[in-house]
Design a protein around this ligand. Structure first.
Ligand code: SAM
Ligand code: SF4
Length: 369
């Protein structure tokens, strides 16, 4: 029996009504938000240098000995799933550059329901329902079959970041080559039949907000893919500027004037995306409106950075090192107390776009988007 099932856990469940809850109190904040979604950054390294994510000269990297090991990642993942996390997303940096990424995915897949090991491990009868990855796709294609593992307890959702269908602009935005490889990865993900394949497109005014956006919408005509346009967010070193932000409503008008009808689809609870589709097209489009219409009220996300800090808000700079606790021999129960305290301190909402631009935070690549 693990520490988290012992006495102080029962203290957390003193109210019998809570026992029926899908999420333990440790993951519920002061605004009753239940945190069932954990984003784990696997690395700070990346094979691209996207302009909106990191400065041209790169970022100072944490020495590899200070990054979470595979076993530390698994320990934390089990702990969170045992408390009610149902979705884990692996991110970075670029998760596919980590040499043990396939082993990590396979091990995390064992936390899913119906997997023999998860049935043995998961004393709370809580299971992982979704295992996702956000990747730039450059080094993904060859790894995908092993990561997906024919749908057996592996990755079920892949978000591939691609900001343009124009190879020349790709090279300008990412400061690297690799467009063809990303396209091959998208084709491979569709060919393998991953349940969800999404494209993440950060839209920057004067860069990719005109024909590039419309070309992506046209791409959904024949591809059963979900293209999500993300509002450009400010982080350290990305030279964010209000004039570069394209509010999603502007994009909706542009798309309507080119394609005519744009049908609104039902969004899931806790969804950060507003979904639409062009009637008759196979794929969908969506807008992630973090800047002009934030979704803090339904936020269910927690983040673990590659160096092992828990971060309760993408835009908050409060962090606590779970890595140090694990390396100092702390028990799962002690980790849970610290996690619970961090969740409790989560603010109601982020500070608003202008304050964010001037507040201190990590560069996006060091947070794990
Ligand atoms: N390297 C992987 C990738 O690019 O997909 C994973 C890490 S990346 C930091 C995660 C996501 O954050 C990507 O979809 C990327 O486009 C997005 N992103 C990075 N910087 C951003 C910014 N300033 N505003 C909005 N989205 C951003
Ligand atoms: Fe790398 Fe992803 Fe950041 Fe681009 S967005 S530099 S691919 S981590």
């Amino acid at each position: 029996m693990s520490d988290l099932s012992r006495s102080s856990h029962s203290k957390r469940w003193a109210n019998p009504a809570k026992q029926a809850s899908a999420v333990s109190d440790y993951l519920v904040d002061n605004f009753s938000r239940q945190h069932t979604y954990l984003r784990i950054s696997l690395t700070e390294r990346c094979n691209l240098r996207c302009t909106y994510c990191m400065p041209e000269e790169g970022v100072p990297l944490t020495p590899s000995a200070n990054l979470l090991t595979k076993n530390e990642i698994l320990r934390l993942a089990k702990l969170f799933v045992g408390q009610g996390v149902t979705k884990i997303r692996l991110t970075g940096g670029e998760p596919t550059v980590r040499s043990d990424v396939i082993e990590i995915v396979r091990s995390l897949g064992q936390l899913k329901r119906g997997n023999k090991s998860s049935d043995r491990l998961n004393i709370q009868q809580r299971y992982l329902k979704s295992l996702a990855m956000t990747t730039n796709g450059v080094a993904l294609r060859r790894k995908l079959p092993a990561l997906f593992n024919n749908g057996v307890a592996g990755l079920d959702t892949v978000n591939i970041s691609l900001d343009t269908l124009n190879p020349d602009l790709f090279q300008i935005m990412t400061r690297r080559k690799g467009f063809d490889k990303v396209m091959e990865s998208i084709e491979e993900a569709l060919r393998l039949g991953l349940p969800q394949v999404k494209i993440n497109t950060v839209v920057m005014k004067g860069v990719n907000d005109q024909e590039d956006v419309l070309n992506f919408v046209a791409f959904t005509k024949e591809h059963p893919i979900n293209v999500r346009f993300i509002e450009y967010m400010p982080f350290d070193g990305n030279k964010w500027n209000r004039d570069r932000l394209v509010p999603f409503e502007e994009l909706i008008q542009k798309i309507k004037s080119r394609f005519g009808r744009l049908e609104k689809l039902q969004d899931e609870p806790n969804d950060t995306t507003k979904h639409y589709k062009i009637p008759g097209f196979k794929g969908k489009i969506g807008f992630i409106t973090s800047m002009t219409d934030h979704f803090c009220g339904t936020c269910n996300r927690l983040r673990i950075t590659a160096d092992g800090n828990i971060k309760v808000c993408l835009f908050g700079n409060t962090e606590v090192s779970l890595r140090d606790m694990m390396r100092n021999g702390r028990t799962d129960q002690e980790l849970l107390e610290v996690i619970g305290a961090a969740v409790n301190k989560k603010k109601k909402q982020h500070a608003g776009m202008f304050k964010l631009a001037s507040s201190k935070n990590r560069p996006m690549i060091l947070i794990g988007g």
